[in-house]
Design a protein around this ligand. Structure first.
Ligand code: ADP
Ligand code: MG
Length: 675
């Protein structure tokens, strides 16, 4: 049996449990073993009954003197057991667990674990955990540090614990050490198999700590090694053709722009130009907040590509954005004699050719745009694409183009260096001048009517426009039918009940693209006052007259994502506003959203979210689970440094470590895209 063995082959795991485990993303033996506990109950204190104190959480071991199952008047049941260990007695009480009758029998030896209370001189435990004493097997639910897992309906921690314990006792289970011994020694790490055993069923706290250290090391180390190996693969690529950068023409181009560049834009363009003149293909990430002006930076690179007589491509995640980029870049580049074409899912032409620069959605790869000589590939909002999709764009020829990826997702530097260790980084850390702050409020439910009245008045007196964004219903980044339905219902309600005198529009991802374009055009031409939308508007949309962004179910969004949504307004002269509505916010939830009232940069907000929710939540775990670090933390600078050194040490001689190589390969297959 190996880590790859399907979970259904395990003893006592039938089709029903296989399904249930699937909900926890547990499909193989390895998945089950890597489903680590997130906390432990300390039942390690095993106390003689004569010595337990009131209020103590302990395990006790005794003989069952009696067990009764009583019915109450309301068809409830109560189970009572009395146990004794010779030094004292204790009464355990459970509610509505009649099945215990078959498990606990008079005369048996049993462990109970829980909190002891005194009722007069009588010692009692309510709803304790119980476990029969088995002289051949150590206890797993009592008398030790007891692991608690993320559960799902029908799969309890107790169930997981017993399955995992059986697995770990199985001598035929193969858990191969994949770290080279040099790394184990150098970093004083525990062995893999032992660490997996100890993280589930720790013998002691120090053993648990060691196990966590080892497994956290693995997580961060593989992340870094994967980045290094991507870097190596990239460096071995041959560039399509050598670029010349004509500094004079570039300067003219920059002078012809309708605005002076910010210092950050100038710096980023400089860094890109340096890359373009190298014989290695560029692999650079341009990171800049919403509205920081990434598009003109890209335009400068496209201009240089055209001077070098190669084609350029820009891939964007949505059709709306493709259309928008097409308009903006047309204005900038067509006067320079650059032939631009657009390719999206709804482009009638199934194949486009005869262009210098092609803008498009995923259609660029799916509909096989015909490139004669692709010299520069740009991917906007790169986190929306998978590794595979990007690879398809750049690998159409055997030789590689220069690659520029752009993102508005603020990634703190330590994280960027770890997960994007293979990319060079340019950061636009400065906004074009004259941007105003968007006034942001977290609105309490009681003020909802007042908020609607205020929006109505703003629109009527200032002729401004508003977005009302409905959340994704599921915790997912993809729009489901259910989310679309919710947005439709909200649209109808708002149009008929709240804003009958205004014209509302509806935008969601399931509209046909011609419908989308039509709605947006109406909104742009101010024929629609309020656009009700799912978060499809998040990405890149530019409507300068819109000044109000209202977000429903704000608690479902990350702060950076809310910041992106907020960035849809405040692009013109008028003061802009963002109104957030949340449901069932706890104290922490409220605090988190209130951060948006004060913080106005994506980076600031990312740091706050990172502190409050952790990287798993912020950068998404289950859906696009790149940051699915269970144990390691991006705030652990020591671990980051240690693992970076380790990765650099083994990378040059990776072929000497076949097990590590295999692990890395499997890791990269399962790995979802950074950020
Ligand atoms: P993003 O980084 O979000 O892609 P854009 O490139 O869409 O940002 O730019 C946002 C807006 O700012 C656009 O309307 C663009 O014309 C404008 N802009 C970009 N750079 C400058 C600048 N240096 N000065 C003034 N306006 C600028
Ligand atoms: Mg943009």
């Amino acid at each position: 049996m190996t880590l790859g063995t399907p979970i259904s082959r395990l003893f006592m795991v039938g089709p029903a449990y296989t399904n249930k485990l699937g909900r926890l993303n547990i499909n193989t033996v390895g998945d089950l073993l890597y489903h680590f506990p997130f906390r432990y109950l300390d039942y390690s204190l095993v106390s003689p009954l004569g010595q337990v104190q009131a209020g103590e959480t302990v395990s006790v071991k005794g003989q069952v003197l009696s067990f009764t199952n009583q019915y109450t008047r309301r068809r409830q049941t109560i189970q009572k057991a009395v146990i004794s260990d010779g030094t004292g007695q204790l009464q355990a009480t459970w509610f509505n667990q009649p099945f215990l009758k078959t498990a606990i029998k008079t005369g048996q030896s049993i462990f109970l674990a829980g909190k002891v209370e005194f009722f007069g001189s009588q010692k009692i435990m309510t709803n304790p955990d119980h476990e029969l004493v088995d002289q051949f097997k150590p206890a797993i639910h009592t008398g030790r540090l007891v692991p608690i897992y993320h559960e799902t309906t029908g799969v309890s921690s107790k169930w997981l614990r017993s399955r995992i314990a059986v697995l770990l006792r199985n001598q035929n289970l193969l858990v191969e050490e994949f770290l080279p011994s040099i790394l184990i020694e150098k970093n004083s790490l525990a062995e893999l198999r032992e660490s997996i055993e100890q993280i589930h069923l720790p013998n002691s706290l120090p053993k648990l700590t060691q196990a966590k250290q080892r497994l956290a090391f693995d997580e961060m180390f593989l992340l870094q090694l994967a980045a290094l190996s991507r870097q190596k693969a990239w460096q071995q690529k041959k560039l399509v053709c050598h670029f010349q950068v004509d500094a004079q023409k570039l300067a003219q181009f920059i002078k012809s722009l309708p605005f002076p560049l910010t210092a950050a834009q100038t710096r980023a363009i400089g860094e890109i130009m340096t890359d373009l003149q190298k014989d290695q293909p560029m692999n650079r990430l341009l990171e800049g907040d919403v509205g920081s002006g990434k598009t003109v930076v890209a335009a400068a690179a496209i201009f240089i590509a055209s001077l070098n007589k190669v084609q350029a491509a820009l891939m964007v995640p949505t059709e709306v954005l493709a259309n928008q980029h097409f308009l903006t870049l047309n204005q900038l580049l067509t006067p320079l004699g650059i032939k631009i074409k657009l390719l999206t899912g709804s482009t009638h032409q199934k194949q486009v050719d005869d262009f210098d620069f092609l803008i498009g959605t995923h259609a660029l790869i799916h509909q096989r745009a015909v490139f004669k000589k692709l010299g520069l590939a740009i991917v906007d909002e790169q986190h929306r694409f998978g590794v595979g999709q990007r690879a398809q764009l750049i690998n159409q020829n055997r030789q590689a183009p220069h690659l520029l990826t752009m993102t508005a997702t603020p990634i703190p530097r330590t994280i960027a260096l770890t997960v994007h260790g293979d990319l060079d980084l340019s950061v636009l850390d400065e906004m074009p001048p004259g941007r105003q702050k968007i006034k942001t409020w977290l609105v309490p439910a009681a003020k909802r009517r007042a908020a609607y009245a205020w929006i109505r008045q703003e629109i009527q007196t200032h002729r401004s426009q508003a977005f009302i964004v409905c959340p994704f219903i599921e915790e997912s980044t993809h729009e489901s039918l259910q989310s679309v339905r919710a947005a439709k219902n909200e649209f109808t309600r708002l149009q008929t009940k709240i804003f009958p005198q205004l014209k509302l529009g509806l935008l969601h991802g399931r509209l046909k693209s011609t419908e989308k374009v039509a709605v947006l055009k109406q909104f742009q031409q101010q024929k629609i006052a309020i656009l009700v939308a799912t978060p499809v508007v998040e990405v890149g949309l530019d409507i300068p007259n819109a000044t109000i962004m209202m977000v429903e179910g704000a608690q479902r969004f990350g702060l950076a994502q809310l910041h992106q949504l907020r960035g849809r307004v405040g692009r013109g002269e008028k003061q802009a506003y963002c109104l957030l509505f949340g449901e069932n916010l706890g104290h922490q939830g409220r605090q988190r959203l209130q951060a948006l009232q004060q913080a106005h940069t994506g980076m600031e907000l990312a740091e706050i979210d990172l502190q409050m929710r952790g990287p798993g939540q912020v950068y998404g775990t289950s859906q696009h689970g790149f940051f699915a670090l269970q144990l390691a933390s991006f705030t652990d600078h020591r671990l980051i440094k240690q693992t970076r050194q380790a990765a650099a040490l083994v990378m040059p001689s990776l072929s000497r470590y076949p097990r590590l190589q295999a692990k890395l390969k499997e890791y990269k297959i399962n790995q979802v895209e950074p950020n």
